[in-house]
Design a protein around this ligand. Structure first.
Ligand code: KG4
Ligand code: ZN
Length: 391
């Protein structure tokens, strides 16, 4: 079954064709990063307008790259929740219209659940999988795709799962992006339980905010990771939040601790205008703050993942979402968990439509398509409300 999916929940306009949930035939990502970088973050109205301009050419390119015509496509899928309302509306309107015009079944997909399914896509060929962009000058993922999508755990090899077959259930997913930080236990496709989530900022959001404090460009995750390479992760002892539910996260206290530490280092008080702070931050301070923040943020994620691993004994652990691209997260996880950690190549960790198409295949096995005339967007919808196969 070939699914064409559309994803437009935030600042990437994306379309992809995936066969049977696993085979990536095309993956088009038109990033708006350059447009929003000027403002230091995503501007919702600008995002919606930009989606509108490129969505149909992006869909056409996804079809062409997959060497498909509409006759070859068995179903359409689209992200309907959660995300920016204007952005979601453009993607769903396009999908609903195409479903009616081309007479295809349409499946509504939850974006955060979709991130996990980046790990089900197997053997993307570099030519297809890297993510081709619609226009020549748009930003392609900066890093080369890995040829190997697993990292070996450093502990007992007897516990390894046969990772070449892809993730297996029960599956522990650490979903870490700009909007979400969640630990989810999947018993099967669509049958999952939210173990914990952030009570305030998402971890990617914390990377973005800390980057702003020390004068690193948006998006903050990759800039912090790069700056951290030359910094000392022990230069600052930033705090970890203690939570009532041991699987919950909180990152706003960490962000404030970084702000206070930087203010103290450059000799200003808390009422100093924060937009003037970066010009007082030296390169050494910037690198040390980046490394120390990244170390604690990542260690917090890994502490919780490790506890969940021991409490629930999953046979697979996957990391998903934009922050899964973080090398320090991959390193710490592989050091502390005694099994292969599944992670998708970089271009499938950040927002893309291939993950939506993959999930739609499994969703369609157990669910009827939706009526294109009735599909509505839900800008904030927790994953717990979308579990679709619990008996
Ligand atoms: O999944 P995603 O593309 O969009 C959302 O659904 O939020 O995630 C974007 C987030 C941003 O906050 C970005 O700073 C973060 O992922 N990110 C990273 C890295 N690459 C992207 N965070 C840490 N390290 C990275 N290498
Ligand atoms: Zn995302």
């Amino acid at each position: 079954m070939k699914v064409l999916a559309i994803e437009s929940s935030c600042d990437e306009t994306a379309a992809a064709v995936v066969e049977n949930g696993t085979d990536l035939l095309s993956n088009v990502i038109q990033s708006q990063i350059d447009i929003h970088a000027v403002f230091g973050g995503v501007v919702p109205e600008v995002a919606a307008r930009s989606h509108l301009e490129v969505i149909l050419p992006v869909v056409d390119k996804a079809l062409a790259d997959a060497s498909c015509t509409w006759d070859d496509i068995d179903a359409l899928a689209v992200t309907y929740a959660p995300g920016l309302v204007g952005s979601l509306l453009i993607g769903t309107l396009a999908a609903r219209t195409l479903a009616l015009l081309k007479n295809k079944p349409l499946y509504p997909i939850h974006h955060v659940e979709g991130h996990v399914y980046a790990n089900f896509i197997s053997h993307p060929t570099p030519a297809v999988g890297r993510g081709s962009s619609f226009s020549e000058d748009s930003a392609l993922p900066a890093e080369r795709p890995k040829t190997d999508n697993q990292i070996a755990g450093s502990a007992s090899k007897e516990n390894d799962v046969n990772s070449s077959d892809g993730p297996s259930f029960p599956l522990l997913a650490l979903i870490v992006s700009g909007g979400h930080s969640q630990l989810v236990l999947f018993r099967d496709h669509g049958d999952y339980e939210l173990l914990g989530q952030t009570q305030d900022d998402a971890v990617g959001e914390a990377f973005d905010k800390v980057a702003k404090i020390i004068g690193l460009p948006y998006p903050g995750g990759p800039s912090i990771a790069k700056a951290a390479e030359s910094g000392n992760p022990k230069a600052f002892a930033f705090p970890k939040a203690r939570m009532q539910n041991p699987y919950d996260f909180s990152f706003s206290g960490l962000k404030t601790a970084v702000l206070r530490a930087v203010q103290a280092e450059v000799g200003v008080t808390y009422d100093f205008p924060s937009h003037q702070l970066p010009e007082r931050v030296s390169d050494v301070l910037r690198a040390n703050v980046a490394a120390s923040f990244q170390h604690v943020a990542v260690e917090t994620l890994v502490d919780k993942a490790e506890k969940a691993f021991h409490d629930y004994s999953p046979t697979s652990v996957v990391i998903a979402g934009g922050v899964a691209a973080n090398q320090e997260l991959r390193r710490q996880l592989s050091e502390r968990l005694p099994l292969y950690i599944e992670y998708a190549p970089m271009y499938l960790c950040t927002d893309n439509a291939a993950m939506i198409a993959s999930l739609a295949y499994y969703y369609a096995e157990k669910n009827e398509p939706t009526d294109p005339r009735d599909l509505e967007v839900i800008p904030s919808l927790s994953m717990t409300k979308t579990a679709w196969a619990r008996s």
